[in-house]
Design a protein around this ligand. Structure first.
Ligand code: PFF
Ligand code: NA
Length: 442
């Protein structure tokens, strides 16, 4: 059957779309990646740069993806074919490739969160740092890791296979409120810990010297993180907006989505750092696995830490699931639209392939770190950059016209948005890409 014969799916409700986008945005990026980036990049200086990039880069860029998706009602490859010609078609392919790479290792990390939820409930966590580290090495790589990577991927496939309205929309309507409520609860708990004061000042008082000395690493890390956390640069927001039937105010929706994502990342810092400081664990330990080791050791040290830890890791797993479904949906929508393959078959095939691609990361954490760095600092930024150049410089009228549907006449805000895309967004992405490439090959 060809794609024209199948009516395109749609979100049933406005909150359905917003929850799905918030569910995509809020994920491991907020609860796992964000705190370890803050730790690695020296604390509050990174936080400040990140917040700046969210507003100046993230918001205009998200609107670009929204208008492309809603205008074309297509998956990213189809969308780029429709609005761009010649080599621009291939930008959609970068999105698909990025989705593959990210979901492959994202699912491995998500698998750890399931494993660590069970660990807390079953045995509790080990307080001794060296023992916690040893345990992490056992659980996070090899067969254990592969098993939980498989379980997680199966859950993603199950939701995506059902479809937009009854699969993704229904799932996020349960998951997103749960994530928000539990995160706030954990932050209140963390405020009562003895290390909270010290943690807040580490997290919240920027040292200008640190920023000045390290901007070459802070800028690409903060730009990459801003893109990653908002699910930008790989067509998720194009895809999700393509299921919007009616015209609504995309600027308002974007602001709500960004507000939630930023709040959850920020609040996670208010959870993680007090816990680490209270247990006397150094937040600057770099690397993807470190936050698991440090947090697990910290939970091992706290009263009722097994329970708090299980709730924490369980929430991270849910957040990861609501993001992973969006990553898979990008590729699945492409297969459905362009290849006319049924949704369940597409979800199983793509999920299986992504699972296999993740197996090396499940064996070797060094590889996982490399995948993460490559996807986040290079692929995401590259795909995002090209899309911004295309829309900002050659399709400004189409973009403004589409954004106005559901808002009304934008007046001078239209050109302001386009110029934000043309200069600051593109410039920051370009600088981030160059520095990211240098960093990667270092
Ligand atoms: N935004 C998600 C997070 O912060 O965990 C991760 C993510 C999802 C990145 C989807 C990119 C993406 F396309
Ligand atoms: Na995020």
């Amino acid at each position: 059957m060809s794609s024209v014969d199948i009516p395109r799916e749609q979100w049933a409700t406005r909150v359905g779309f917003i929850f799905a986008a918030v569910g995509s945005a809020v994920g491991l990026g907020n609860i796992w990646r964000f705190p370890f980036q803050v730790g690695q990049e020296g604390g509050a200086g990174f936080l400040l740069m990140y917040l700046l990039f969210i507003v100046v880069i993230g918001f205009p860029a998200m609107l670009v993806e929204f208008v492309v998706g809603r205008r074309t009602e297509r998956n990213p490859v189809g969308a780029l074919k429709e609005i761009g010609s010649g080599i621009w078609e291939y930008v959609g392919w970068i999105f698909i490739a990025t989705g593959f790479v990210i979901l492959s290792y994202y699912s491995v990390v998500a698998g750890w969160t399931i494993r660590y939820t069970i660990l807390g409930l079953q045995d509790g966590y080990l307080a001794d740092a060296a023992e916690a580290e040893g345990q992490f090495v056992t659980l996070a790589s090899g067969l254990d890791a592969i098993l939980f990577h498989a379980i997680f991927m199966a859950a993603v496939i199950a939701i995506v296979a059902v479809g937009i309205e009854r699969g993704i929309e229904l799932a996020v309507k349960v998951m997103v409120p749960a994530i928000i409520i539990i995160t706030i609860g954990l932050a209140i708990y963390a405020a009562t810990l003895p290390g909270a004061g010290e943690a807040y000042s580490y997290y919240l008082s920027p040292e200008w010297g640190v920023i000045a000395d390290n901007w070459q690493s802070i800028v690409p890390a903060a730009a990459g993180q801003a893109f990653f956390t908002l699910s930008l640069g790989m067509g998720v927001m194009i895809t999700y907006a393509s299921y919007l039937g009616e015209d609504r105010n995309l600027a308002e929706d974007g602001a709500i989505i960004i507000g939630f994502d930023t709040a959850i990342a920020f609040i996670t810092g208010l959870i993680v750092f007090p816990i680490l400081f209270t247990a006397g664990v150094d937040p600057a330990d770099p690397g993807a696995g470190a936050i698991f080791v440090s947090l697990a050791a910290a939970f091992g040290d706290l009263t009722l830490g097994w329970l708090i830890g299980a709730v924490f890791f369980g929430t991270v797993a849910i957040a990861a699931l609501s993001s992973a479904i969006s990553l898979m949906e990008v590729v699945v929508s492409y297969i459905i639209d362009e290849r006319g393959i049924s949704r369940p078959t597409a979800a199983i095939g793509i999920g299986g392939a992504m699972f296999l691609l993740g197996v090396p990361s499940a064996y070797d954490l060094v590889l996982l770190d490399l995948f993460d760095l490559f996807a986040d600092q290079i692929l995401l930024v590259l795909g995002g950059l090209l899309l911004m150049i295309l829309v900002g410089w050659s399709l400004p009228d189409l973009a403004v016209d589409e954004l106005q549907r559901g808002i009304g006449d934008l007046g001078s805000l239209g050109p302001a948005w386009i110029w934000a895309v043309r200069i600051p967004v593109i410039l920051v992405l370009l600088v981030a890409l160059v520095l990211g490439i240098l960093d990667y090959y270092e």
